[in-house]
Design a binder for this molecule. Structure first.
Ligand code: V0V
Length: 150
């Protein structure tokens, strides 16, 4: 990739929701998305579902529904700050090599939250940039698991 092309594409947009089943119903029954994958990530404190649309599979941009697993979850805090209403909690950019991209972002002064990537959806590797160093957006970078990378 060219040096200016750090990211492959938008991997997903993450919505904070208070009730996962209700949110799935809304986004699938009303907006026509399909549930591609569902899992619980204890470390991140979330119950989540990844949604695709039409003929799209996991190779295309997805919607990630994020419900809090408990009161100390970052999603619970986000919902509380937002008056209990759901909304866009994060945008995730897909990368080919998360270690290389993390190093470049650090060199450029971006504050990354973790010393090393953690495990995300479906065994992906994930890292976050703090909103204070991205212009106010919680930015995730995600390296898909080898089998899902195209
Ligand atoms: C907080 N702030 C945000 C924000 N959360 N701004 C934009 N988007 C968000 N989502 C602002 C907040 O309004 C404050 O602004 C400031 O950041 C610091 O607030 P804080 O009270 O310290 O906020 P905390 O304690 O909620 O921490 C914020 C961070 C936390 C970003 C550090 O949410 C975090 O660790 N996020 C990364 C992990 C995560 O989000 N996990 C759930 C998704 P002012 O008031 O100071 O101006 S898991 C996932 O995505 C997976 C598994 C996957 O994709 O595979």
């Amino acid at each position: 990739m060219d040096n200016s092309d750090l990211f492959v594409c938008i991997d997903h947009v993450g919505y904070a929701v208070s009730d996962l089943d209700e949110a799935i119903k809304l986004h699938c029954d009303t907006f026509g998305w399909r549930v591609l994958h569902r899992e619980t990530n204890e470390e991140q404190g979330v119950e989540e579902a990844m949604l695709g649309t039409g003929e799209q599979g996991a190779q295309n941009a997805q919607i990630q529904l994020l419900a809090p697993l408990n009161d100390s979850s970052t999603i619970a805090k986000w919902l509380e700050r937002n008056g209990g209403r759901g909304g866009v909690q994060q945008v995730a950019y897909r990368v080919e090599d998360i270690d290389a991209v993390s190093a470049t972002l650090r060199e450029r002064g971006v504050t990354l939250l973790y010393d090393a990537p953690k495990i995300g959806t479906g065994g992906s590797r994930i890292q976050f940039a703090h909103p204070k160093s991205t212009g106010g957006i919680l930015l995730e970078i995600v390296e898909p698991p080898a089998a899902a990378a195209h």
